[in-house]
Design a binder for this molecule. Structure first.
Ligand code: SF4
Length: 342
């Protein structure tokens, strides 16, 4: 069996005053059934845009190249009806702010049973289904809470309700965009545990978008590290975090605080993220890269190859893909940095 989702060489352009900007530049990765793939990067890395392309929320014509293969079928060339069906049923999305996605004037129970209702379920069955769905995401007294409105739920409960809503259509893949960022640390951990359990119980695959490496260390099986709209590195999460094969990943891993705090992981990284509208030449990370300086001759700020030649994302070791000209150097280093939570 091939992967559930195969994103191949995806390009996304968005309009800007000075002309269309390539926000996503040849992004490729796969998601296997029952596994969680994490898309990680700073703001502007293109991780959310990639998820939006998968779920079909980008404006018409934004995706200019590449393929979004869903169980062997390219969604980019499928008819609109087929695409709507896949994206409504087989792929579901949960967002950072459930309040923006839940309808304030309908009970939570009614909202989570929207799809079964369309399928012609009886009233009694709908009541039972609402309680069952809310129970599955860990809402206490689900039968009673089904008649509550979203404002009667706490932030964590709303995120659970949002997840129940996503589960209602029995999706094979859930896209979750920063699902815990707005929550406090303890609630965050509980929601992440819930997502992890769901994957185990329901065999649902997940694409998790987050800027937080600790969240990824907790939940992701595979990781795609993004920078300025490109993939830096991808591979199995555990291996990738222990032994990064891209200087950007290495810097991210080394900047994770040893204790569980709310500090954004990217903060201690020197310099600011590259803007895809003014992507640096060659390797987009070169102005911030510590390795390029080491590799440069004569004390130059960056190795000439990094400044002029855009690296290809290549398989450096089995299952490990890196878009760094000098990935081999990192591979040989065999650094064994550990991340809290792993
Ligand atoms: Fe650094 Fe060069 Fe590798 Fe880019 S290609 S990450 S600049 S060493």
């Amino acid at each position: 069996d091939g992967p559930l989702l195969d994103v191949r060489d995806l390009d996304v352009f968005l309009p800007a005053p000075s002309g269309p900007v390539r926000i996503i530049d040849r992004v490729s990765f796969t998601v296997d059934a029952g596994r969680t793939t994490g898309l990680i990067g700073e703001s502007g890395s293109g991780k959310t845009m990639t998820a939006m392309a998968v779920i079909g929320l980008l404006p018409q014509g934004a995706v200019t190249r590449g393929g979004l293969w869903w169980r062997g079928e390219n969604l980019l060339t499928a008819g609109p009806r087929r695409r709507r069906r896949v994206r409504g049923r087989e792929i579901a999305m949960i967002f950072q702010d459930p309040l923006a996605s839940l309808n304030p004037s309908q009970t939570v129970g009614r909202q989570v049973t929207e799809i079964p209702r369309r399928d012609g379920m009886s009233r009694r069955e709908l009541t039972a289904t609402a309680a069952e769905l809310l129970g599955r995401v860990g809402i206490p007294e689900p039968a009673r809470r089904a008649s509550n409105y979203p404002h009667q739920f706490s932030g964590g409960m709303r995120q659970r309700a949002m997840t129940a809503l996503a589960l209602a259509g029995k999706p094979r893949l859930i896209l979750a965009d920063e699902p815990t960022t707005a929550l406090d640390v303890t609630v965050q951990a509980r929601i992440l545990d819930m997502l992890r359990n769901l994957r185990e119980q329901e065999n649902t695959a997940m694409v998790l978008v987050s800027h937080d490496l600790r969240v990824m260390a907790h939940v992701a099986d595979d990781l795609v590290v993004m920078y300025a709209g490109r993939v830096c590195e991808r591979g199995p999460a555990r291996d990738l975090l222990r032994r990064p094969l891209h200087p950007y990943t290495k810097a991210l891993v080394e900047s994770v605080p040893a204790v569980h705090t709310k500090t954004a992981i990217a903060a201690p990284l020197p310099g600011s993220p590259a803007n895809p509208a003014q992507r640096p030449s060659g390797c987009a990370f070169h102005p911030r890269c510590p390795l390029t300086r080491v590799m440069a001759d004569d004390g130059a700020a960056a190795h000439e190859r990094c400044r002029t030649e855009e690296p290809e994302v290549l398989e450096v070791a089995p299952g490990r893909w890196s878009g760094c000209h000098f990935a081999g150097v990192l591979h040989d280093e065999r650094s064994s940095t550990r991340v809290a939570g792993r």
